[in-house]
Design a protein around this ligand. Structure first.
Ligand code: ADP
Length: 534
């Protein structure tokens, strides 16, 4: 912005062929603090204005080449110079008709010479003030238009996102429904049946992932994403993430190279969330790399950070898209992205999770078809800066290969959803448990009073009395054996708040739905051992 007084000084061009008149005006304006340039001819004035537009022109009418009226007309005709105020002055064209002619020709004001210096200065200042007011108005308008355009773009992005969302949610459902219908025809041989179940499982997992992504984004937006920090070794998390993408990489014949330094120092992190970051970046690398390509994963310590880089030889990122890649709902070229599927939320979640860990994530690509590299920096835990030899891994849940034996174990299962009850009950029976089912808390209390089980597994959200009510009624029971019964909460709610509330309510263990049958049986087995030991 240019100030009209003070620094930087407003520049004014004085055009007059009469040297004495010109000198007087230049002198007056300079003394008033303006930076003044001068010209004696119309063409010179136009050239100077084009080279370096002044804030205002003081223009004599009587010039040797073009008249001042003509100079003014040309200035006002061109958009680049139309907004420069013109103060037309004359000693010889002083009639009312001359003034009308000047003003109608585009001049912003007219003065008759000779003129008192204070009048000249005040007129110039008034014209500059008017110009500045006009500019401020224009700027405000431009800002308002830009804000509106941004809002419209955001709303379009959301509309696109909703279209993508319904498409992405429907595709796995279509696959599941088609194969279920085929399976019901009884015409599938064993091989095809196996295939049908694989497709159904894969698509169900896909849909679960989409829903998890949506929930994560809603947690992020509402500021409810919280971390459970512990000392974590990065290398095992990367290995687990690598395992999860291996099937797709093999299917696409993508070579996955690794350079993982096993001695990287532990970080203070939420293991589940950090693993989610790696899984997201690795799945993208495989997803956006054509068959026969390559993905390279490197993990190393650099000063106070562990650096994880994931480099692929895939379709790369267009320079125009690169700055937006971590934004919500953003996907690269719509058509090819659609071929790849996804909601455009993964990277936004990645960035947020990495931020929450005090780290950073960056994307690089030399352009379309030139591959991409994503680099994550995570701060090393304070006590461990400087390389530690043989850092300890936290106890990540291990999947036991031994099938737990639940023979004869009496379990009371409480869940209002018949399908879920059926499936869990069947799974536990496969491990030898004897399961009784109850659809409500009321019924559960009746059943366990008639014949106490060894353990209870209960859903949390149920109509009427919920899982919290059940655990409270059991813990407050006058029958000490009932009061001590081990109870597992099995719930689809898994936010940190939910988990804390469940832990406080008196449950012995909580598992998130949907739970793998083997995982559930193993958890039940461990809890029984623990309570019997106690
Ligand atoms: P989604 O994969 O669900 O579309 P993401 O947030 O994970 O959403 O990614 C956003 C977009 O960033 C993708 O649609 C894709 O255009 C681009 N992208 C992400 N990872 C890569 C990669 N490794 N190579 C090329 N493009 C990528």
């Amino acid at each position: 912005m240019t100030a009209d007084r003070g620094t930087p000084r407003a520049t004014i061009l004085v055009v007059d062929d009469d040297e004495a008149h010109r000198y007087a005006k230049v002198h007056t304006l300079r003394r008033a603090g303006f930076e003044v340039h001068e010209a004696a001819r119309g063409m010179d004035a136009l050239r100077l204005i084009a080279e370096r537009p002044p804030r205002l022109v003081v223009l004599d009418v009587n010039l040797p080449d073009l008249s001042g009226w003509e100079v003014c007309r040309r200035l006002k005709r061109e958009p680049e110079t139309a907004t420069i105020p013109v103060l037309q002055m004359s000693a010889s064209y002083v009639t009312e008709a001359d003034t009308v002619r000047a003003l109608e020709g585009g001049a912003d004001a007219c003065l008759t010479e000779p003129i008192e210096p204070p009048v000249l200065i005040a007129t110039v200042r008034a014209l500059l003030r008017a110009r500045r007011a006009e500019e401020e108005l224009r700027d405000a308008l431009a800002r308002e238009q830009a804000a509106r355009a941004a809002a419209e773009a955001a709303s379009r992005t959301k509309d696109d996102f909703l279209a993508t969302l319904s498409h992405e949610l429907r595709s796995p459902l279509n696959a599941i429904l088609s194969w279920v219908r085929l399976a019901r025809t009884d015409r599938l041989d064993t091989e095809k049946q196996k295939h049908a179940l694989e497709v159904i499982e894969r698509n169900t997992r896909l849909q679960m992932r989409l829903i998890e992504e949506l929930l994560d984004v809603s947690r992020i937006v509402s500021g409810k994403m919280r971390l459970e920090l512990e000392l974590v070794d990065v290398a095992p998390l990367v290995h687990t993430a690598l395992e999860s993408i291996r099937p797709l990489a093999e299917e696409k014949e993508i070579v996955v190279g690794t350079a993982i330094d096993p001695r990287v120092a532990p970080i203070a992190a939420d293991a589940y969330r950090v693993q989610q970051v790696f899984v997201n970046l690795l799945s993208n690398a495989v997803k956006f790399t054509p068959p026969g390509g390559r993905v390279d994963v490197a993990v190393r310590d650099e000063d106070s950070h562990t650096v994880i880089s994931i480099k692929d030889t895939g379709r790369g990122i267009a320079p125009a898209f690169l700055p937006h890649i971590f934004e919500r709902f953003r996907q690269g070229d719509a058509s090819t992205t659609r071929g790849a599927g996804g909601l455009g939320l993964g990277l936004a979640i990645v960035r947020h999770l990495v931020d929450l860990h005090g780290g950073s994530v960056a994307a690089e690509s030399a352009g379309v078809d030139k591959g991409s590299t994503f680099t994550v920096h995570l701060p090393i835990a304070k006590a461990h800066t400087g390389r530690t030899q043989g850092a300890h891994a936290i106890a990540l849940p291990r999947t036991s290969t031994e099938a737990p034996d639940l023979s004869g174990l009496r379990i009371l299962l409480v869940d209002d959803e018949a399908d879920a009850r059926e499936a869990i009950s069947f799974a536990l029976q496969q491990y030898g448990a004897r399961v009784r089912q109850s659809a409500s808390v009321e019924q559960a209390i009746r059943l366990l009073e008639a014949e106490p089980p060894d353990m209870i597994i209960s859903d949390i959200a149920m109509p009427g009395e919920d899982g919290y009510a059940l655990v409270q009624r059991i813990r407050e029971s006058s029958n000490a054996d009932v009061g001590r019964l081990p109870i597992i909460a099995l719930t689809a709610y898994s936010s940190l708040d939910d988990r804390q509330r469940i832990a406080k309510a008196g449950f012995d263990l909580q598992l998130a739905k949907p739970v793998e049958p083997g995982h559930l049986a193993a958890a039940v087995g461990r809890l029984v051992q623990r309570t019997r030991g106690a």
